[in-house]
Design a protein around this ligand. Structure first.
Ligand SMILES: C[S@@+](CC[C@H](N)C(=O)[O-])C[C@H]1O[C@@H](n2cnc3c(N)ncnc32)[C@H](O)[C@@H]1O
Length: 210
């Protein structure tokens, strides 16, 4: 992982002392001024890599704490010669220490752990605790996408969107049975393929922060 020029693995200590890339991802890491899109809990980074191939005028950064999974995305993006995708190995809980206000243009959350136990509710990546963190780094009216196999997490997130008065733009609880295709539907993640093999329905929603 350390040999990849497009992977960063800052420690919490380094982030707390003031991270040099905070506020400078576009200019110093991607070396352009294109929009910055994050994939949270990216695992092997299929969305980061797949979207980077489809949208060369946007920058994609996959974020996860697990290095072995991230290595797969880092290797495949390098083999494909993509220069608009990178990876950041951190706990998502530290995200405000990595990005400045208004630095992020869009967020994808792909198959996060639904954290079904009530006492672990604040660990859900669409819990208001996490949304408050995203609000500090994302632009006004920015889009957040959630793709999950968990009908529970889909419903929970719809409740949060309503309670927070965010703008719901799309919501479907059986993506592949929908009559209208979404442009990203052909990108499938490692976990998604496992759920599809088990015939579990995949849900999708997209909303805007205010
Ligand atoms: C079920 S996996 C999904 C991975 C990938 N998106 C996919 O669909 O194959 C959830 C991922 O989220 C990561 N994750 C969950 N909570 C996290 C947190 N607080 N900080 C960093 N990574 C986290 C885990 O390490 C794991 O790789």
């Amino acid at each position: 992982m350390e040999t990849f020029h497009h992977v960063k693995q800052p420690s919490l200590e380094l982030l707390e002392s003031g991270y040099s890339l905070k506020g400078k991802w576009k200019e110093e890491f991607f070396k352009n001024n294109n929009p910055l899109v994050l994939e949270l809990g990216c695992g092997m980074g299929e969305y980061s890599v797949g979207l980077a191939e489809r949208f060369p005028k946007k920058n994609f950064l996959g974020i996860d704490i697990k290095g072995a999974r991230m290595w797969q995305g880092a290797s495949s993006s390098m083999e494909k010669g993509l220069n608009n995708v990178g990876f950041l190995r951190i706990r998502i809980d530290w995200i405000e220490k990595c990005f400045a206000k208004n630095e992020v243009d869009e967020i994808w959350i792909t198959f996060p752990d639904p954290q079904l136990k009530k006492r672990r509710g604040t660990k859900r990546l669409t819990h208001p605790v996490f949304l408050k963190r995203y609000e500090k780094i994302i632009k006004k009216n920015a889009l957040i996408h959630l793709k999950t196999d968990s009908q529970f997490l889909h419903g929970f997130t719809l409740g949060v969107i309503a309670a927070k008065d965010y703008i719901l733009e799309d919501s479907i609880n059986d993506l592949y049975a929908a009559p209208v295709a979404r442009e990203h539907m052909d990108i499938k993640t490692h976990y998604e393929n496992i759920f599809l093999e088990k015939k579990i329905k995949i849900t999708y929603l997209r909303f805007r922060l205010k």
